[in-house]
Write a protein that binds this ligand. Sequence first.
Ligand SMILES: *Cc1c(COP(=O)(O)O)cnc(C)c1O
Ligand SMILES: [Zn+2]
Length: 503
Amino acid sequence: MRVEDFPEEIRPYLLPQPVGELIYRCLECEETFGIESLLYTCPDCKSVLLIEDLQWEKLKERSGAFWRRLFDYRRMLNIPPLRGIFLFHELIAPVIPLEDVIYLGEGHTPIVRANIALREWAGLDFCFKNDGQNPSASFKDRGMACALSYLNYLVRSQGLTEVLSICASTGDTSAAAALYSSYMSDTVKSAVLLPHKKVTPQQISQPLGSGAQVFEIPGVFDDCMKVVEHLADHYNVALLNSKNAWRIQGQESYSFEVAQSFDYELEGKVVLVPIGNAGNITAVMGGFLKLQDLGVIEKLPRIIGVQSEHADPVYRYYQESDPNKRVFRPVTVRPSVAQAAMIGNPVSMPRVIRLVEAYERVAGSPGVFVVQVSEQEIMDCQLIANRNGHIACTQGGECLAGLRRAREAGIVTAEEVAILDATAHALKFSGFQESYFADELDSAYEVLPKTELRNFPTLVEAPGLKKLPAPGKVLPPDEFKTFVEATAREIARQLGLKEKTAE
Ligand SMILES: *Cc1c(COP(=O)(O)O)cnc(C)c1O
Ligand SMILES: [Zn+2]
């Protein structure tokens, strides 16, 4: 819709101008730092940072109803920088001028309600938000759109050239970083570090296809992360890991979209996210808190983080119910089919601790839970979801497994509605499905395939056929007719089809 066709009172606000006063704040010593230079950890105490808008209170001069209307009207605009996460410009990175926003089609991913069979199986109504329908097929695009838009702004306003973006990743961060960097290929070169043999072939094909330098590092993700941190400390690079606080800002768009999709009515809703490096759950909590503070939503949804038994440091931390006695201990991970969340020492743990406190202050305790699931449940739940119309990755399966656990434990009731984050597209993790079907998953995963969930292609070989078509080889008409009929008959036999009776 054209700007002049919107109601007069909304028009001045449709196209956001750069506003706000953003700073980095250290979560440990609370020191603040300017955003003119890229900063990933506190120069004083080395802790992680979050971005804060010193003019946030100004946004409160407008009512929650105003913001709801503005965001809803903006969805009708056809202006590219406002088609994605920057629809929520004021809440994400209001200092970035629209002209610097990089929009590659991220955000506004579909929310798909589970069918009746699946709802009954889970014990409550729920839906998946298909974040695998982002451009690089995972939610990581949300954060990258923000981080690279900010980098683009810095490049233009400071005349930077030859920027090197770098990240370590369990696969999806690199895919997103390489994709968004490649859009700025005249000024930004991209390098990614991946744990050798710990990402799927689909995931590694992505940064390669985007033209990034891909380095494979022996070990697991946590080892890669240390190498990248060393690089960021000693060389001039733009770090795109979740230490980069701009990514958290962008990922908050997930919560804004969930709220918008339910017309800002979040009473009785519960949001489930898988936890790896814990950037996502940080952003999800942060996003809802912002909406609540602005009066855009009245009620915070409850949050449930999900972890596999094979990589569960956050779960273990919250097992201690007395906050004063909680001690964070990294764990040594074991192989997990939820490979993108296979992290033993989450970078964003200090952020999680801070945000959970803030969330429970507002939502009432307990507003945030962490549940643990088995590898078997993760794999089975992914396959079951996808047999019912979804396109969930293994981490999406982890969410469904978590929902069932939470239901069994009485954490959620049959009256609530759950929103599950299908964080990536099923195709990125199709290798796990393939190994499950073939019963070839390494025993370290501790997953045994269930006969009823396995599936194989069948080669159709009709009996008695001598001549078969092949590429570049056309059969004569009568032989081709024989081939078609015999093959169809064989398929009908295998499917147990009844022949149509003549009238
Ligand atoms: C990164 C990732 C996760 C984990 O998210 P964190 O922010 O690291 O907790 C889960 N699923 C997928 C598909 C991912 O790419
Ligand atoms: Zn500090």
